[in-house]
Structure formats: C-alpha cells, structure tokens
Design a protein around this ligand. Structure first.
Ligand code: PBG
Length: 323
C-alpha cells in the first residue's frame, strides 16, 4: 500500500465512487426520539436550553405523533413531568402516572410506533435523585423494588421496551424478574449500561425538571474517567437479562461505544444527550457552524463507533435531512 502504486484518492474522486465504498450508513430507522410529557392541558412549552424540543401535554400528542410517523421515525422514548412529586416517586408506578397515560394514548394513536419508556425515579421524587433516600444516601436494594413496580406499570400500560436509566446495582435483574412474574416475559429491556455522571445532561434536567435538590449523581452514575468499568457494567446487565445495551452520553464517549461494541454482540444504543444537542444548536444559532452538516457528522460518528441505535433530539431534523 505505497504511493504511487496505491492512491487513496482514486476512490474519492466522484460522489458515486465515494458512495460505493462508504462503510457506514445513517438511517432514520436507527433513531429513537425523546418526548417530554407533562401534566395539564394545551401545553407545548419550548425548553429554553433545547431549542426545538418541547414539554407536551397529552392533548398535544396527536399532532406530534402524526409528525413522527410521517417522518418514518420508528420509536419514541418517554420522560414524564408529574403534577406532584414525593419521596417514594409514586408517579413512576401509579396506573394513572403521566407516562402510563401517555403510553396508552400513543398506542391508541399509532399502535405500530415503538414506545420505549425511560425507567427512573428522578422525575418523580421530590428530592430529584434516582432512588429512595435515607440519611442523605441513595439506597440501592430498596430502590430496586420501586423500579420493578414502575417497570411493570409501564408494561401494563403497553410499553414496547423498558429502559432503566437509574444505575442502581442489580436493577436489570430485578426488573426482568418482575416483568416475567407478571406475564411480561416478551417485553425487552434496553439497559442504560454504561451511563456516566455527565455534565452534558444539564439541559435535560431543565426539560424533565429533575435536578437533584442536594448533592449530585456521582454515587450511582459512572465516573467519566473510567473505561474498563463500562465493560463490567455492561456484562452485568447482560447477565441480568438486558436485551439491548447502551452507552451514554455519546460524543465524548465514542471510545466507550467502540470498546463495548468490540466486546459484546448485543444490539447497542448510544444516547446523544441533551448537552450535545444544545451545543450544536447554540453554535449554529450564532452562525458558527452548519447545523445540518455538523449534526449529521456527529450522528454518523456514533454509528461508525459501533452503535446500532441512536437516541437523539435531532431525530426529526435528521429524518428530514436524510430524505
Ligand atoms: C434519568 C435520565 C437522565 C437522562 C436520561 N434519563 C438524566 C440524569 O441521569 O440526570 C439524560 C438525557 C439527556 O441529557 O439528554 N435518570
């Protein structure tokens, strides 16, 4: 492979040649689009740090779902903003909890659209942590019982995929056992396996109103300095019954996506998180970058690193751009 015998530019000369040898393809079929569902009526409130993303009340779902379907996006992931919060996250597992209501509504509107549910307590606890608190500590094993209840409530409402994002130890196993014992053995789990304690979640916490009222999430989410640990976390989730594994965030963690891809032959998702979206939006609004090109390049990099599935706020835009 030496110049001048080999000339890499030969295969880059025309669009047709480049397309012929392209290694990675981005498709709307890869995307899961996040939705923030709020209590109340007639609400479509833009999230200031995430231009183009909204908190939506149930009655605003019709138009939203129609648009998602028309763009060919195959799946949504739901986050809930309940009317009231308490220390045991009741809204997460109540039959009439906001996400359970949204699942039923979406399934009525579009039975073929995949409904993934983020499974966590932080949107429903008055302190904003992802678990039950005692003496300022996030308790692990007690939290598992609440997560399991929430998973069953979501499945009962009609969720297609349950996606635990809390990072308690043993949660995939606990949720799997609860689903199986309630006759939901056919419902897959997409585990946030390597989920880091990342500052790139900042805008999301405005969107989901889930900022912890004290402390931070470092006692349960992973240390951004660790790579090998992501393999242990992922191996555990697979042992406990995960069907799809996930790395989150995506852009600053492409090395983790590639490492997990190399080690495991399970479907792999990457979460292109809120801060990654907001940075592109902000720079584009200033005219510093080309939003379309930069967003598509970022999404492509996640696939190139090894992701099969991408959760992204850019899903609707990207679907239009890829048409
Ligand atoms: C809930 C959850 C979070 C995100 C997804 N699920 C926030 C957090 O862990 O603090 C972040 C998503 C994003 O930033 O886009 N635990």
């Amino acid at each position: 492979m030496y110049f001048p015998t080999y000339r890499p530019r030969r295969l880059r000369r025309t669009p047709a040649l480049r397309e012929l040898v392209r290694e990675t393809e981005l498709s709307v079929k890869d995307f899961i689009y996040p939705l923030f569902i709020t209590f109340g009526t007639n609400i479509k409130k833009e999230i200031s740090s995430m231009p183009g993303q909204f908190q939506l009340s149930l009655d605003k779902l019709d138009a939203e779902i129609e648009e998602i379907l028309s763009l060919g996006i195959p799946a949504v992931i739901l986050f809930g903003l309940p009317e009231t919060k308490d220390e045991i996250a009741s809204g997460a597992y109540h039959e009439e909890g906001i996400v359970q209501l949204a699942i039923r509504k979406i399934k009525e509107l579009a039975p073929e659209l995949l409904v993934v549910t983020d499974l966590c307590l932080c949107e429903y606890t008055d302190h904003g942590h992802c678990g039950i608190i005692r003496d300022g500590e996030v308790l692990n094993d007690i939290t598992l019982e609440f997560l399991a209840r929430a998973g069953v409530a979501q499945a009962e409402a009609g969720a297609d995929i349950i996606a635990p994002s809390d990072m308690m130890d043993g949660r995939v196993g606990a949720i799997r056992a609860a689903l199986d014992s309630e006759k939901f053995d056919h419902i897959p789990i997409m585990a946030y396996s390597a989920k880091y304690a990342s500052s790139f979640y900042g805008p999301f916490r405005e969107a989901a109103e889930s900022t912890p009222s004290f402390g931070d999430r470092h006692s349960y989410q992973m240390d951004p300095a660790n790579a090998m640990e992501s393999l242990r976390e992922t191996a555990m989730d697979i042992e406990e019954g995960a069907d799809i594994i996930m790395v989150k965030p995506a852009l600053s963690y492409l090395d983790i996506i590639a490492a997990v891809r190399a080690e495991f032959d399970y479907p792999l998702a990457a979460y292109n998180v809120s801060g990654e979206y907001s940075m592109i939006k902000a720079a584009a609004a200033k005219g510093w970058i080309d939003e379309r090109k930069v967003a598509l390049e970022a999404l492509m990099s996640m696939k190139r690193a090894g992701a099969d599935i991408i959760l992204t706020y850019h899903a609707k835009d990207a679907a239009r751009w890829l048409k």
